[in-house]
Design a protein around this ligand. Structure first.
Ligand SMILES: [Zn+2]
Length: 110
């Protein structure tokens, strides 16, 4: 009987986990998690979990500044609006021209 509801329990649990994690993560600096990433990306900000970064660039100042900029965007906009706006702009612009990326390219130079 309980097994029948297991998928629902797992999904509700995951949603609650993300909501609670988001509450604390939005107030803090990102956690940097070193791991291999698929494709050409060297790092990616994934609020509210943290910033995933490849080992060979984990001390790269420019990349860290870039990803911290995305984290600030998340802190300013909130979790849902951060992803909504990012993917909306991503569909309108190339990666390099996405205004949210442009802001973080500038932050790399700060
Ligand atoms: Zn970026």
């Amino acid at each position: 009987m309980v097994l029948r509801f297991l998928p629902v329990i797992v999904i509700v649990g995951l949603i609650l986990y993300v909501i609670l994690l988001n509450k604390s993560a939005q107030k803090k600096e990102p956690k940097f998690i070193t791991m291999p990433l698929p494709g050409d990306r060297k790092a990616v900000a994934m609020p509210p979990f943290g910033v995933y970064i490849e080992k060979d660039v984990e001390n790269d100042e420019k990349i860290i500044k870039h990803e911290k900029c995305h984290w600030r965007q998340y802190q300013d906009k909130g979790l849902i609006d951060y992803y909504k706006e990012y993917f909306k702009l991503n569909s309108q612009y190339d990666y390099q021209d996405n205004p949210m990326e442009q802001e973080c390219f500038l932050a790399e130079m700060a």
